[in-house]
Design a binder for this molecule. Structure first.
Ligand code: ZN
Length: 237
């Protein structure tokens, strides 16, 4: 079984009626619901309110893949929590930052860049599968459309990803690396769709991508450790 933890700041859904209507149980609730239908996943959720003990070392050691949705409260996540999460990712935990989590402290720390991008409020997006052989792309068509999504555009200030799995094209003409992977001990998949004002996480193709990403990011083994040289056995000459 893959232990999945879905973190969501859970503010927009409670502050704005329209968002609450789309996600009555929160974005985390919606994601947990479709992941929870997979026989190979145990899914738990956590929000900004229960932050400190909810992302403890104990919880993170039992988490195979952490999904992260945040937007207006990136700064409310304590640096101690960010350091702890990054340490667990470096030790093998999978990490899936969604949409505006590109500016989360965890993502910026993992990337070592600003993660800035261009954006505009509302547009149609066509997502192209550019690495069809990738495990995350299995069952995903050559391209699919989201009638409403926030436009994110290049330049996207990230280090060169390991792979670009999806490219987004917007009706305004912009393009964006919408699905990219990194390895930092654990496997990381950033996925751009998911603006809170649109029902993106109800879209079955988007759900399929996230399900595939969880399975791909689940660690084979944990706790990659650095062995101090003085403790290492001498190799035979
Ligand atoms: Zn957004």
């Amino acid at each position: 079984m893959i232990n999945v933890l879905v973190w969501n700041e859970y503010l927009h859904e409670r502050m704005y009626e329209g968002v609450g209507r789309i996600y009555p149980r929160g974005i985390h609730g919606c994601i947990a619901e479709f992941l929870g239908r997979c026989d190979d996943m145990n899914v738990k959720t956590v929000t900004l309110e229960d932050e400190d003990d909810a992302l403890s070392d104990e919880v993170l050691s039992e988490t195979d893949v952490l999904i992260w949705w945040g937007h207006m409260a990136h700064d409310k996540v304590s640096n101690e929590t960010v350091d702890r999460v990054v340490r667990h990712i470096n030790g093998g935990m999978g990490f899936i930052p969604l949409h505006s989590a590109h500016h989360s402290k965890v993502m910026k720390k993992l990337c070592g860049t600003t993660c800035n991008l261009g954006w505009r409020n509302d547009d149609k997006e066509r997502i192209w599968t550019v690495s069809p052989m990738h495990p995350i792309a299995q069952g995903i068509p050559e391209h699919f459309e989201l009638p409403h999504e926030e436009m994110y555009s290049e330049p996207f200030d990230i280090p060169n990803p390991d792979e670009v799995v999806f490219m987004g094209w917007f009706a305004g003409g912009e393009v964006f690396r919408s699905g990219v992977t990194f390895t930092r001990g654990g496997r990381i998949f950033y996925f751009q769709p998911g603006h809170e004002e649109y029902p993106t996480y109800h879209n079955e193709t988007v759900q399929r991508v996230i399900i595939n990403a969880v399975r791909w990011a689940a660690p084979v083994t944990r706790a990659h450790r650095c062995i101090p040289v003085e403790n290492r056995k001498r190799l035979p000459e």
